[in-house]
Ligand binder design. Structure first.
Ligand SMILES: Nc1ncnc2c1ncn2[C@@H]1O[C@H](COP(=O)(O)OP(=O)(O)O)[C@@H](O)[C@H]1O
Ligand SMILES: [Mg+2]
Length: 414
């Protein structure tokens, strides 16, 4: 089998690694990929170049294309490639609205009784501002309807911060809503669906803030671990029964069956579980800790989703633990420089997997090429041992300005 993975992050490197590692694939190409992927298998095609991806797939007789990021899914890459008779893993443009429009997701959740937070929507900045005038207690949650690369949610602590967020992010005619704030612990639960059946992956927890102790601005994710102890068997079953199954059945009833990864970002508060959002693709960095624990062939699962026979595919997860720590460029998530030489990759223990993200492979070595640069990943019999392994090795890798969190998985160690 020949696969093409579309995207350039740590998630895409992890998917490619897994396909090769479990013998799902003979060859895995990446478009555009990153410095962790053999040059021979990198196609210089961006994820939004649908024609380029179709042409490459035909020319290289690719059996299956896997779409990593949300942008191309929301823009209809799956519909486009299917029309070209290319097998592709991911939801159609209509189904990807589950992520691409938070209000569409709200509609589905209300209609199919999926637990989520109450909200009130507005179709202009003026209407939202009128509502803000009536608010007496903070913090509040303000969400843009559309994709905003992780910047579309504001949790202002007071009126001044609310107005700042609105001025910066909400256009005159933006579709936007104010959501009830829930406190608790978050987790990421991913399922794979073929439009009919949905199967759950092992739970994971991401760390969005840039600094230890969940302080500082939000990032794309500074690290993750799996499984998350907060996701007991009982809670996982509830997520399956009350969230995943109704969502997949609901989408089918709407005439827009959901194929691909359905990812629920949930908040657990006491006995309650509410959905904060759905994503329509693998999480980054969650994928980097989920795939090393998979028992089974990733390729079979993906083909099961594409061909509507996921009910016949068996897989499970090992009872080990996995952690990934993101090494980021100096200044990230603000402005940062690229082109710093990465030293020491060859010194890291064989028990560690380093998934690349923003890197480039040049004649003189591997250089930084993005905000999140590397995902230093390890597994162990316990989360403690996985964590000691990774933190014991990460110091061997360096580049100017590099920073990483020292407390990934702290919730599991309580
Ligand atoms: N209703 C809510 N109550 C409390 N925190 C929330 C709520 N909605 C979102 N958040 C916080 O904001 C983060 C981002 O919101 P989310 O809906 O996941 O949007 P996105 O990932 O698109 O930015 C969440 O991970 C969570 O920490
Ligand atoms: Mg989120």
């Amino acid at each position: 089998m020949k696969y093409l993975v579309v995207g350039s992050g740590g998630r895409e490197h992890a998917i490619a690694w897994r396909l090769l590692n479990d013998a799902s694939a003979r060859e895995v190409f990446a478009a555009p990929g990153n410095g962790g992927i053999d040059e021979k298998y990198r196609a210089n095609i961006q994820a939004d170049d649908f024609d380029g991806i179709a042409r490459f797939s035909r020319d290289n007789k690719i059996d299956v294309v896997i779409i990593g990021p949300e942008g191309p899914l929301s823009n209809g890459i799956v519909d486009f490639l299917e029309k070209e008779k290319i097998h592709v893993f991911g939801p159609s443009r209509a189904a990807a609205q589950l992520e691409g429009s938070k209000l569409f997701a709200k509609m589905i959740m209300e209609k199919y009784r999926i637990p989520t937070c109450g909200y009130r929507s507005f179709s202009s900045r003026a209407d939202l501002l009128k509502h803000i005038d009536t608010i007496r207690s903070y913090p509040i949650v303000i969400k843009l309807d559309g994709l905003a690369a992780g910047k579309g949610v504001g949790i202002p602590e007071n009126r001044i911060e609310a107005l700042e967020f609105i001025n910066a992010m909400v256009g005159e005619k933006s579709s936007v809503f104010v959501e009830e704030l829930v406190k608790g612990e978050e987790a990421s639960i991913l399922g794979i669906s073929d439009g009919e059946t949905v199967k759950m992956l092992i739970s994971a927890q991401d760390h969005k803030r840039v600094f230890d102790g969940d302080r500082g601005p939000n990032t794309g994710g500074m690290g993750a671990y799996s499984p998350a102890p907060v996701m007991t068997g009982e809670r996982l079953k509830r997520v399956y029964d009350d969230i995943m199954v109704p969502a997949v059945r609901g989408m089918k009833k709407e005439g827009i069956p959901f194929k691909g990864v359905i990812y629920a970002g949930i908040m657990i508060s006491g006995e309650d579980i509410s959905v904060l959002e759905f994503n329509a693709r693998f999480g980054d960095p969650e994928t980097q800790v989920i795939l090393p624990l998979l028992n089974g062939k990733l390729g079979d699962i993906i083909q099961g989703s594409i061909h509507g026979r996921l009910d016949k595919i068996d897989f499970s997860f090992s009872n080990r633990h996995c952690i990934t720590v993101v090494m980021a460029s100096g200044g990230y998530p603000g402005d940062y420089e690229r082109g710093k030489k990465i030293e020491g990759l060859e010194n890291v223990s064989d028990n560690i997997i380093v998934f690349h993200a923003g890197t480039n492979n040049e004649r003189a070595g591997i250089f930084t090429n993005g905000g999140r640069v590397l995902n230093v990943t390890g597994t162990g019999d316990s989360i403690q041992s996985a964590r000691s392994l990774v933190y014991g090795e990460i110091g061997k890798i360096s580049f100017i300005g590099a920073h990483f969190r020292k407390d990934i998985a702290y919730r599991a160690l309580g």
